[in-house]
Design a protein around this ligand. Structure first.
Ligand code: 13P
Length: 252
């Protein structure tokens, strides 16, 4: 049994008041009734406050990135221990915006995955290809490389307490969602790739889909056998929309 997850990545949006209001609205929408686990990923500076608001509620808290180092002279960075300290249970590593805009490479992402686990945070490893990779038939090559970097550094057993999110870059914030068949094909490939190392872990690992998920397309994506929920960007900033996505996941 893989319990599905619906996670809202708020990216760099909203004021302190907006973020607090969003969480109040989500809590008012009874996320406890959903079959899926519900997680939110607010901007760093609001984590502590949101952490207080979600304590002892069914909403889990995560950060959008983490430093690969444990502590020291790394100006501007935030460590896994600090995230744990303010109540985070999860953290995104290798989000495509981190890879593409901030040039985080596969090895750095793998070290971030390890840093998160060293503090008992659950890393959500984001993988996904550019449009030009897909058009040149290189989706599986790119996703394998991103996945293998983590398995090579941390071992396949590390995936047992991690989560994977497939986010094709051409679908992020573009309104162009992968079709359920396209998502399923890559999710099945990811499971197969992990299965090449360990069949039991492949079966147990949750693989989320992200990229222009909305209330109107969530159910058909989540109905795919290897899609274990979603990582939601834009649509997670609207409580009603996000709660509808959460409900759609519950009904899979
Ligand atoms: P959108 O849902 O806005 O396409 O963003 C997806 C994403 O990047 C979630 O991490």
């Amino acid at each position: 049994m893989r319990r599905p997850i619906v996670a809202g990545n708020w990216k760099m949006h909203g004021t302190r008041a907006d973020n607090a209001r969003l969480i109040e609205e989500l809590l008012g929408g009874h996320p406890d009734r959903a079959a899926a686990e519900c997680l939110v990923f607010p901007p760093f500076v609001y984590l502590q406050e949101i952490g207080r608001l979600v304590r002892d509620t069914p909403i889990g808290l995560g950060a959008q990135s983490v430093c690969a180092e444990a502590q020291g002279a790394f100006t501007g960075e935030v460590s896994a221990g600090m995230l744990k300290d303010v109540g985070c249970s999860h953290v995104l590593v290798g989000h495509s915006e981190r890879r593409w805009i901030y040039h985080e490479d596969d090895q750095l992402v793998a070290r971030k995955f390890a840093a998160a686990q060293s503090k008992s945070l659950v890393p959500i490893l984001c993988v996904g290809e550019h449009l030009w990779d897909r058009e040149n038939g290189r989706t599986e090559e790119v996703v394998s490389r991103q996945l293998d970097a983590v398995i090579d550094l941390c071992g396949v057993a590390a995936l047992e307490s991690g989560i994977i999110a497939y986010e094709p870059m051409w679908a992020i914030g573009t309104g162009r969602t992968a079709t359920p068949e396209q998502a399923q094909a890559v999710h099945a490939f990811i499971r197969e790739r992990i299965g090449g190392r360990d069949a039991k872990i492949a079966k147990a690992t949750r693989v989320l889909y992200g990229g222009s998920v909305k209330a109107s397309n969530a159910a058909e994506l989540f109905a795919q056998p290897d899609v274990d929920g979603g990582l939601i960007g834009g649509a997670s900033l609207n409580a009603e929309e996000f709660l509808a996505i959460l409900a759609a996941c519950g009904s899979r």
